[in-house]
Structure formats: C-alpha cells, structure tokens
Design a binder for this molecule. Structure first.
Ligand SMILES: Cc1cc2nc3c(=O)[nH]c(=O)nc-3n(C[C@H](O)[C@H](O)[C@H](O)COP(=O)(O)OP(=O)(O)OC[C@H]3O[C@@H](n4cnc5c(N)ncnc54)[C@H](O)[C@@H]3O)c2cc1C
Length: 415
C-alpha cells in the first residue's frame, strides 16, 4: 500500500499523478476463511479492521452485495456526538468519538473529522430538563458537554430565530467536540487499511443462505459461490432481520426508511451542527457549502431506500421556522436509507442462538458516529467469543431479560 503523505503527493506530482495504485484490492472469494463478515458498511469494515489490527486475525472476508459504503454508511448526515444518557451508551459512543479524533492518522486516510461543536436545542420545558439531566450524567461519564442558555446559542448560531413562531429556544445541550466526518471516506479509509492487512473485501457478493451443523455456523452461500468459515459476523443494518432469518433466529428489530436532503451550495453560514428535536429536523453545512438536512423516519416498516414525501415538507417546515433565512433556498437532492430500529433505541452487539454467529445491528438512525467504537467492540467479541466491557450490555437477549438501555430521548430524532 502506498503511504499517503505530503512527500508521496510531491513524488506523484513529478509523475503527473499516474502512479497511484488502487486504494484496496478487488479480491475474489476463497473457499474458506476464519472469519466472514456480511456487510461492507462502516461497521463491517471497522470490525474487520480491528480484528486484524487488535487481534491479529487477518484471514477475513467482508462480503458486500453492492458496493462498499453503499448502504447507510454512504447515505447518512454524518453527525458525530456522544452525549447519550445511559452509561453503557456513553461509554461506546465516547470511545467511538475519541477514535474519530485520530482516525485520519490511524488509517492514513483523511476522513475529514470536523469537531465543530454540536447543539441539541431545548424548545420545551421537558426537553430542557431532560438535557440538563444528560449534562449531569455526561459529567459523571467523562463526556464533555454543557448546558448553554439562549444567548450563547444565538452567539454560536447567529441565523437562528431564538423566539420561534411556535417554540422558543430555551437553551441547548452543547458538545464542543461533537461534529461531522466525511462518510464515504470513513468506509474507504477502513477498506484501504483492511486490504493492506490482508483482509479480502468482496463486492457484488450477496449472501443468500447460512450453512450450519450441530448448532454451529459452517459457512455462507453467496451469489459468487459457497464460502466456509468458523465465525460469521452479520453487520447489515436494515437487512439484519433478513440475515437472522437465514441463520434461523429472530431479532427484535424493525426496518424503516430514513431520509435526508441537501440544499444548493451557499457561502459559509453555519459552522456548528444544530439538532432541533421538538420541531424535528437537524442541519449542518458541508465543506462544499450545501446545507445537509436530516429528516424523519417513516412511520411504517419498509425497504424502499427513499422515504415518504411528506417528511420532506415536515422537515423543511421545522427548519424554516428555526432558521427563516433558509426559506428561499433550493433543495438539490434527497435520498433514503433503511435503518434498523430496536425498541429501546440502543444497538445490538451480541452472540446469537447459532454458535459462531455474531450480530451487530440496531444502530438505527444514529450509527455513523459509532463506527469506530462498534467495530472495536465487535472485533473483541468475535475474537474472544464473549463480549468485552464495551459490548457487554448490548446483548440481543436483553429484550428477553428486561434489561433495556433506554435512549429514546437521546435518539428520538437521533443521529
Ligand atoms: C438518511 C440517514 C441519515 C443518518 N444520519 C446519521 C447521522 O447524522 N449520524 C449518525 O451517527 N448516523 C446516522 N445515520 C445512521 C447511520 O447511517 C447507520 O447507523 C450506519 O451507517 C450503519 O452502518 P452499517 O455499517 O451498520 O450499515 P450499512 O452502511 O447499511 O452497511 C450494511 C451493508 O450490508 C450490505 N448487505 C445487506 N444485505 C446483504 C447481504 N445479504 N449480503 C451482503 N451484503 C449485504 C448492504 O448492501 C450494506 O452495504 C443515518 C442514516 C440515514 C439513512
């Protein structure tokens, strides 16, 4: 693998940039691997990366039915934060956020992490109390957040309408080191680093069946042939229920479409991320100048990867009442992804009823921020067979045992 650096750039310039190799190998499937991971989204790739880097397990294949990063990882609005309420959530999201701080250096790939600050607006008394409680919890958890009043909100976001036509801004839960990263780059960076360590990334390879013997996984059937494995990781977000069905168990997951849209590019007008959960919308500005706008999820289960049209109108209504300055802007494009929602809005990183088969899913509307931490915890689980401290609480069996990790306030609109 060519190491990317300013010197490499200068050397390549002498050669008119003809000599750059491919970022990752386009591998053909072998008949057997120690570990197979289904799904080359951020979580699957990060799992493979930390299996190789932290545990020395490199005989690994990551199978992807489409192109890598083409699922939710390449469709999200890239918000990164760790201001969750419950201890288990704060631990894994903060681990993830802290890994993002040095991810570009660790992967030798610029993921454009931008800790520009994130505000979650409080627009009702209830929300204000809930966010203040979260700030106290975060203090105990070692997560740096603070409660700020309306004037400070206005200072940070001059274009905001504090008084609001329906809901005034009463303050905000502020995470100064929250922010964004470039979503494709996170997938590409992990893919490149995996490939360099010998992991095979196999695109256009859909898993259509899971083979088992005596209660243990033995391999997978794919559109590119059968592949044997000792351990299998299912990391397929909105398709987790489908893959679990192939393995012979059910997951407490619902799949729904969630959508986002971007505006035409404009000059810099917003240098923080703002989430407004009461009116239901959130917004940041990309490096290209587009406003990146997140909408709501459909109220019914589906696999359309598009989202219902009425959400576009609802989301823009919410943002226009908070930021009247954007009312005349044109929207450039809209898209959707299929997210995997659990009842308590917390993820699953777990062993399963099938021996040797592990599952990572349930990140719902907010798993981009979790990619490094989730991959770290899932690799730990798959390497050792039992969960480490980061994953211990996120077993799929918690729903049977009544040990919910309720993040529905932190993740109501989410992201
Ligand atoms: C519109 C939108 C906005 C969002 N905004 C944010 C945000 O601001 N911040 C945040 O933290 N999170 C956000 N999210 C959530 C985040 O995108 C996801 O939680 C995260 O990307 C999930 O990553 P993943 O790797 O688990 O799944 P994915 O990236 O979806 O990867 C799963 C992969 O599995 C593949 N696959 C499925 N079935 C098979 C099969 N049978 N065989 C082989 N491969 C298969 C798929 O093709 C896919 O590439 C948003 C999501 C959406 C849709």
């Amino acid at each position: 693998m060519n190491r990317y650096s300013v010197f490499a750039l200068a050397r390549a310039a002498l050669d008119r940039h003809q000599g750059w190799g491919r970022a990752w190998r386009d591998a053909a499937p072998k008949t057997r691997y120690d570990v197979v991971i289904v799904g080359a989204g951020g979580h699957g790739l990060a799992t493979a990366h930390y299996l190789a880097r932290n545990h020395g397990i490199t005989n690994v294949a990551v199978l992807e039915k489409g192109w890598l990063g083409g699922g939710n990882t390449g469709r999200n609005t890239t918000i990164i934060r760790s201001n969750y309420l419950q201890d288990a959530s704060a631990a894994i999201y903060e681990k993830s956020r802290s890994l993002y701080e040095t991810l570009s250096q660790d992967l030798n790939y610029n993921v454009m992490f931008s800790p520009r600050g994130l505000l979650m607006l409080a627009q009702t008394e209830h929300e204000m109390k809930a966010y203040r409680r979260t700030v106290h919890a975060n203090l105990l958890q070692g997560v740096q957040t603070e409660w700020i009043g309306p004037q400070r909100v206005k200072d940070l976001v001059p274009m905001i309408r504090i008084e609001g036509p329906r809901y005034p801004v009463l303050g905000a839960l502020y995470q100064p080191r929250g922010g964004t990263a470039r979503h494709d780059a996170v997938a590409w960076g992990y893919a490149r680093a995996c490939s360099a360590m010998g992991v095979d990334i196999i695109q256009n390879c859909e898993v259509t069946g899971i083979d088992q013997r005596d209660g243990r996984v033995t391999g997978v059937r794919t559109t590119r042939g059968d592949i044997g494995c000792d351990r299998l990781g299912l990391v397929v977000a909105g398709h987790s229920g489908v893959l679990a069905g192939m393995a012979g168990f059910r997951l407490p997951i619902e799949s729904v479409a969630l959508q986002a849209l971007v505006s035409e590019p404009v000059k810099p007008m917003l240098d923080v991320v703002v989430m407004a959960n009461t009116v239901h919308g959130y917004i940041s500005q990309s490096d290209k100048g587009e406003l990146v706008i997140g909408g709501g999820s459909d109220g019914f289960n589906n696999y359309t990867q598009r989202g219902s049209f009425h959400h576009i109108e609802e989301t823009l209504r919410a943002l226009i009442e908070t930021f009247p300055a954007i009312s005349r802007m044109k929207m450039l494009r809209q898209w959707g992804g299929i997210v995997d929602m659990t009842g308590d809005r917390s993820p699953i990183i777990s062993t399963t009823p099938l021996g040797g088969c592990f599952v990572n899913c349930g990140w719902g509307t907010g798993g981009f921020k979790a990619i490094p931490g989730s991959g770290w915890a899932m690799a730990d689980l798959m390497a050792r067979g039992t969960p480490g401290p980061l994953a211990a609480d996120f077993s799929m069996f918690r729903f049977r045992e009544g040990r919910f990790i309720d993040e529905s306030v932190a993740a109501g609109v989410a992201h």
